[in-house]
Design a protein around this ligand. Structure first.
Ligand code: CAA
Length: 282
């Protein structure tokens, strides 16, 4: 594969475009907003500067990678030559179903259609296309250029051949792919989100304060970030929506989102992106 299209140029989309471009792929980055695409290119350039500063990327490689990224506001144009499309739009079921209906029409018939969804069913997304065997989950972790994992999620109808291709491709990006099946939260968020929810419950019930909870997990369990800081980093609205997927999908009260999380999201305290969550960022 040489030609990849990435749909959505937010935090995950620009990170995914960054990694593919750095590994020599021709990347078409698609977003409905031209200003968002400009912002994404500037973010990719700054993040590559970090790699240049520490010597893991040369200035020449950086220039070549940036030259390999083209931007599009027209999806039809942006995916017409794609061998693989990675969708990284907002985590919203209806939006993703709309996008996949269009990708099914506009991308070449042989293209693999991947989604970076953190919790929406791959099987459900695949069902709106004519080629569910070619639809797969390719779940990167934030920050994409740094984190080694790609969670590769097989939908109910995903073929063995497509799964193998995506596993191999992920290794070619210097990532470590792990194959999992399509059940609510897959593996990453089925384990991560109950931990974050439990940290929020510990705060809600007055067991300890924000800094104390995070310090216990950072120093006691060698986590790079405490669970409350990580929740702010992921986005509290995203955490809430993933917990709802787990709760609805399994019908088990153990996944019920903590009322404090619900209140914070309702009040607009969504973490780093809004300037305040469990911590302040302004
Ligand atoms: N691009 C390129 N390089 C980056 C980067 C980016 N976006 N962000 C950080 N880096 C590099 C830095 O340059 C630095 O490199 P050196 O160590 O070589 O100097 C290194 O990463 C560490 O960064 P910092 O020094 O700025 O800060 P840090 O040591 O606190 O690490 C962190 C930052 C990597 C984010 C670390 O705190 C961490 O690993 N946090 C946990 C991240 C995590 O759990 N991610 C998964 C979230 S869940 C998810 O994404 C999926 C989901 O579905 C919800």
């Amino acid at each position: 594969m040489k030609s990849i299209s990435v749909i959505g140029s937010g935090t995950m989309g620009n990170g995914i475009a960054h990694v593919f471009a750095q590994h020599g792929f021709q990347v078409s980055l698609v977003d409905i907003q031209a200003t968002q695409l400009e912002k994404a290119l500037s973010t990719i350039s700054k993040n590559m500067d970090r790699q240049v500063a520490k010597g893991s990327l040369t200035e020449e490689d950086k220039s070549a990678a940036l030259a390999g990224i083209s931007t599009f506001t027209d999806m039809q144009e942006g995916v017409k030559n794609a061998e693989l499309v990675v969708e990284a739009a907002t985590e919203n079921l209806d939006l993703k179903l709309e996008i996949f209906k269009k990708l099914d029409q506009f991308a070449p018939a042989s293209a693999i259609l991947a989604t970076n969804t953190s919790s929406i069913s791959i099987t459900k997304i695949a069902a709106v296309t004519q080629k569910p065997a070619q639809v797969i989950g390719m779940h990167f972790m934030n920050p994409v250029p740094v984190m080694k994992l790609v969670e590769v999620i097989r939908g109910y109808a995903t073929s063995n051949e497509v799964t193998e291709q995506i596993m191999e491709l992920s290794r070619n990006l210097s990532k470590e792919p792990v194959e999992v099946n399509d059940y609510p939260g897959f593996v990453a968020n089925r384990i991560l989100m109950p931990m974050i929810n439990e940290a929020i419950y510990s705060l809600f019930e007055g067991v300890a304060g924000v800094a104390e909870i995070d310090t216990v997990m950072k120093l006691g369990m060698a986590h790079p970030m405490g669970p409350l800081q990580l929740a702010d980093f992921i986005g509290l609205d995203v955490c809430l929506s993933i917990l709802k997927v787990l709760h609805d999908g399994f019908g088990n009260p153990k996944y019920a989102p903590c009322p404090l999380l619900v209140n914070m999201v309702t009040a607009g305290y969504k973490g780093v992106k809004t300037g305040e969550g469990f911590y302040q960022y302004t």
